[in-house]
Unconditional design. Sequence first.
Length: 158
Amino acid sequence: MLDACSIGCTSRVNHHQSTSPSPSIIIFTVMATDSEDVILSITSSFDQIYADFKSTIEDIQSLKSKYNAEVKKSDAIQFRMKSLQSENERLRKSYAESLNRLTDQIESRTSCQMLKDELKKINDEHSQKENEFKIVIGSLKHENAMRIQVMESQIRSV
C-alpha cells in the first residue's frame, strides 16, 4: 500500500507543483484522495459482495422452489405408484378369479362331454341289445310258430 500511496502522492505532487500550492495542501489533498479511493474501493467491494449475496440468495430461493416442486412431483409419483399398485393387485385378483372360473367351466365341459359320450355309448349298447332282443323274439316266435304247425300236423295225423 505504501507503493501505491507513494506513486499516487508523487503523481499528484508533480501535478500540484506546476501550480505551486503549498506543501501542506498537497499532503492533505493526497491523503484525502487516497482515503476517497480506499472508501470508493471498499464501497465498490461491498456493493459487489452485496450483489453477489443477493444473487446467491435468489439462487438459493430458486433452488428451494425447484426442490419443493420436485418434492411435489415425487409425492405425486409416489401416490400414482401406490394407486397403480393397488389397481394392479385388484386386477390380479380379478384375473385369478376369472381364470379359476374358466378352469372350472373347462372342467365342467370336459366332464359333461365325457358324460355325453358315455350316455351315447350306453344308448348305442341299449339300441343294439334291443335289436338283438327283437331278433331273438322274432326267431323264437318263428320257432314256436313252426312247432305249433308241426304239432298241429301231428295232431291231425293222429
